[in-house]
Design a protein around this ligand. Structure first.
Ligand code: HEC
Ligand code: HEC
Length: 145
């Protein structure tokens, strides 16, 4: 009883293989770019940095960054933002000094160096760009806060 079943299954293999190849060839292959290999891929507009300072949308908003930041490394050892914005450098670099809140630890003690809670600048500050809103937004700042 066992032998005929085995031969039957083995006989099926070539048929299945041929069907598989035919299916694979009929499926349309899409490029990752979404256009034909010979066609130019039109990219979305690149939203350039906006010079000058943009208005803050509410009083506590971390100011937007009015310059490019791609080149400035921030990791455990280096923070290049500090080479211009730390109080020890800002004068000679002609950059705005970090406000005092950046030198307060979480218990409110005043520090000489940037507080750990403010070390990773781009947690709060992002470069400004004139870009359309990704989602609709009816935000109104509170008048009292
Ligand atoms: C080479 C010096 C330099 C470096 C490095 C630098 N900045 Fe600046 N930054 C400036 C100067 C100069 C201004 C003021 C520009 C102006 O007023 O148009 C400024 C403005 C800003 C402001 C706006 C402050 C305000 O009150 O509106 C923020 C926020 C800021 N920088 C954050 C950063 C962050 C975050 C980094 C690192 C990713 C960084 N900067 C690196 C020089 C620098
Ligand atoms: C936890 C959020 C947070 C982080 C992290 C942070 N900031 Fe700020 N920053 C703010 C807020 C909020 C303000 C505006 C109110 C204030 O001064 O505290 C501000 C203000 C500033 C200003 C304007 C100061 C002034 O007096 O006009 C500069 C410049 C600035 N930040 C740079 C930086 C840089 C550079 C880093 C990283 C070393 C950094 N910030 C990290 C939230 C943050």
């Amino acid at each position: 009883m066992k032998k005929p079943i085995k031969t039957g299954v083995i006989a099926l293999i070539p048929t299945l293989l041929i069907c598989g190849i035919a299916l694979a060839q009929s499926a349309t292959v899409n490029t990752l770019r979404g256009v034909d290999v010979n066609d130019p891929a039109i990219l979305d507009d690149v939203h350039r940095n906006v010079e000058g300072r943009m208005q803050r949308n509410y009083r506590q908003q971390p100011p937007l960054i009015p310059h490019k930041i791609e080149q400035y490394q921030i990791d455990l050892r280096t923070n290049q933002c500090l080479s211009c914005h730390d109080w020890t450098k800002a004068g000679e670099r002609n950059a705005p000094t970090l406000s005092m809140t950046h030198y307060l630890d979480r218990d409110g003690n005043e520090l000489d160096q940037i507080a750990g809670t403010r070390y990773f600048c781009n947690q709060c500050h992002v470069p400004q760009a004139d870009a359309p809103a990704l989602v609709e937004n009816e935000f109104q700042p509170s008048a009292n806060n």
